[in-house]
Design a protein around this ligand. Structure first.
Ligand code: URA
Length: 414
C-alpha cells in the first residue's frame, strides 16, 4: 500500500477500505507517513467527507495505537464538544458521584477560543491533573470521581492528528470531530458517555442542523463500539453562566454546587445528569450539599485547596454609552477576549494566567441603562486589557426593542 494512493483516492471522493485507513494511521503513528501527507489526507477527508463506516475504521485504527482502560466496575464519562464559560463538568461530575455513579473523566486543555476543564482545575492551588492511571483508578473507586488530563498512552496518535487539524483548517468536520472525541472516550473505558453538544457562535457547530447531525454520529458510532450514549444539545451563542476564565469559572462552579449558581448553569447540569438519573435527586444533591462535598473530596484527593481562590485584583467595568436590550453577546468573541487577557493559549507552549477573565453582569435579553456595567474584566496587563475591550465591543450589540432569548436546551437524547 502506498500513502499517496490513499490520499488521491480520498481526494477523488472515493471510499477507503478498513485496511487502507489502518495502514495510513499506523504508518503516521510510526512517523513513516509525514505530517504534510497526513495534512493532505485530512483536508481531502474534510472536503470529501468520510462515511460512517470509514469513521468507525478510523476510530479503531486510532485506538490500536494505544491502550484502552479497563475498569472492574461500571464507569461513566461526560464530555462537552467545547464552549465558552463551560464549567459544566465541574458541576456534573460531583453530582453524578454523589448519586452513586463512578465518574472517570479524561479532559483536555483549552482549544482555540474555548476553555478546557484541565486548565480550570489547575487554577486551584496544588491540584494535580497528571495522576498515574493507577492513582486515577483508585480515586474513581474510593471517591467516586476523578478528572485527569489525557494521558500519552491512551490514544497518542489522536493528539498528533488534532494538532495538525488545528493548523490546517480541518477541525470543524463532523466525521473528524466524531473520531477525535469517540476515540478518546472509548479509550477511557467508560461504558456510558453523556455528550453535551454545543451549538452557536462559540461552538464548533454553528447551526442546529449540524449539531443534530454531529449528535447522531456520536450516538450511532458510539453504540457500534458497545457504548451507551446519551446527549444534550445546548446553546453556545453566549457564554454559559456568568464567568469566563479559569479561576473565575471554578468559583462559579463551587457557588453552583452550593446551590447559588447561575440559573442556566444549574439547569443544564440537571438536564445532563437527568439523562442517566432522576432530576429531582440531582437537584437534591445540590441542595443538601452532597455534590459540593464530593467536589471537595475529589479536589483534596488530587492535592488541591479551594480555600484561597483569588482572581486578579485589577477589575475594569465595561459599559456602553447607550441603553438597550442585549441582542448579541457573541460567545466566540467573548472567548477570544478572555484568551487575549492570558486565560488561553496561542501556541501550545504558552503559559496561561489562571486569574484573569470576565464576569458578565447581563445576558442576552437583559436591559442595560446607559453607562450601566455589562461585564467586569479581571486583568493583569493594561495592553491585554485594551485588546480585550476591543473584542468585547465587537461581541455586544444592543437593540432598543425587547429581544428574543435563546433556548438553553434544544434537544435531549436519553
Ligand atoms: N473536541 C475534540 O476533542 N475533538 C474535536 O475534534 C473537536 C472538539
Amino acid at each position: 500500500m502506498n500513502p499517496i494512493d490513499i490520499i488521491i483516492k480520498k481526494r477523488d471522493g472515493n471510499i477507503l477500505t478498513k485496511e487502507e485507513i489502518e495502514f495510513f494511521i499506523d504508518r503516521f503513528y510510526r512517523k513513516e507517513i509525514k505530517d504534510y501527507q497526513m495534512s493532505a489526507w485530512l483536508m481531502a477527508s474534510f472536503v470529501r467527507g468520510l462515511s460512517k463506516e470509514e469513521t468507525q475504521y478510523l476510530i479503531s485504527a486510532i485506538l490500536a495505537t494505544g491502550n484502552i482502560l479497563e475498569w472492574d466496575f461500571q464507569v461513566i464519562d461526560k464530555h462537552s464538544t467545547g464552549g465558552v464559560g463551560d464549567k459544566l463538568s465541574l458541576v456534573v461530575v460531583p453530582i453524578l458521584a454523589s448519586l452513586g455513579f463512578r465518574v472517570a473523566k479524561l479532559s483536555g486543555r483549552g482549544l482555540g477560543h474555548t476553555g478546557g476543564t484541565i486548565d480550570k482545575l489547575e487554577s486551584i492551588p496544588g491540584f494535580r491533573t497528571n495522576l498515574s492511571l493507577k492513582e486515577f483508578k483508585n480515586l474513581v473507586e474510593k471517591v467516586g470521581c476523578s478528572i485527569i488530563s489525557q494521558t500519552e498512552d491512551l490514544v497518542p496518535v489522536e493528539k498528533e492528528i488534532y494538532s495538525l487539524r488545528d493548523v490546517t483548517g480541518t477541525v470543524d468536520s463532523i466525521p473528524l470531530i466524531t473520531s477525535s472525541i469517540l476515540s478518546k472516550k472509548i479509550a477511557g473505558g467508560a461504558k456510558t458517555i453523556i455528550f453535551d453538544v454545543k451549538v452557536g457562535s462559540g461552538a464548533f457547530m454553528k447551526n442546529l442542523k449540524d449539531a443534530e447531525e454531529l449528535t447522531s454520529w456520536l450516538i450511532e458510532i458510539g453504540k457500534s463500539f458497545s457504548r451507551e450514549v446519551k446527549a444534550v444539545i445546548s446553546d453556545m451563542n453566549q457564554p454559559l453562566g456568568f464567568a469566563v476564565g479559569n479561576i473565575l469559572e471554578v468559583i462559579e462552579a463551587i457557588d453552583t454546587l452550593k446551590g447559588n449558581g447561575p440559573r442556566d448553569l444549574e439547569d443544564l447540569a440537571i438536564e445532563v445528569v437527568g439523562t442517566v438519573a432522576s432530576k429531582d435527586l440531582a437537584r437534591e444533591a445540590l441542595k443538601n450539599g452532597y455534590a459540593f462535598r464530593k467536589f471537595t473530596e475529589m479536589v483534596e484527593a488530587q492535592g488541591g485547596n479551594i480555600n484561597n481562590l483569588n482572581p486578579s485584583a485589577k477589575i475594569y467595568n465595561f459599559t456602553l454609552q447607550e441603553p438597550g436590550y442585549i441582542e448579541r453577546l457573541d460567545a466566540y468573541l467573548i472567548g477570544e477576549a478572555v484568551r487575549v487577557l492570558g486565560a488561553g493559549r496561542y501556541k501550545k507552549e504558552d503559559n496561561i494566567d489562571p486569574n484573569v477573565g470576565i464576569v458578565l453582569r447581563k445576558k442576552i435579553g437583559d436591559y442595560v441603562e446607559k453607562g450601566e456595567v455589562i461585564l467586569e474584566i479581571y486583568y493583569n496587563s493594561e495592553d491585554r486589557l485594551k485588546d480585550s475591550i476591543e473584542l468585547i465591543r465587537k461581541a455586544i450589540s444592543l437593540n432598543k426593542d425587547e429581544v428574543r432569548r435563546h433556548p438553553l436546551i434544544y434537544s435531549v437524547y436519553s
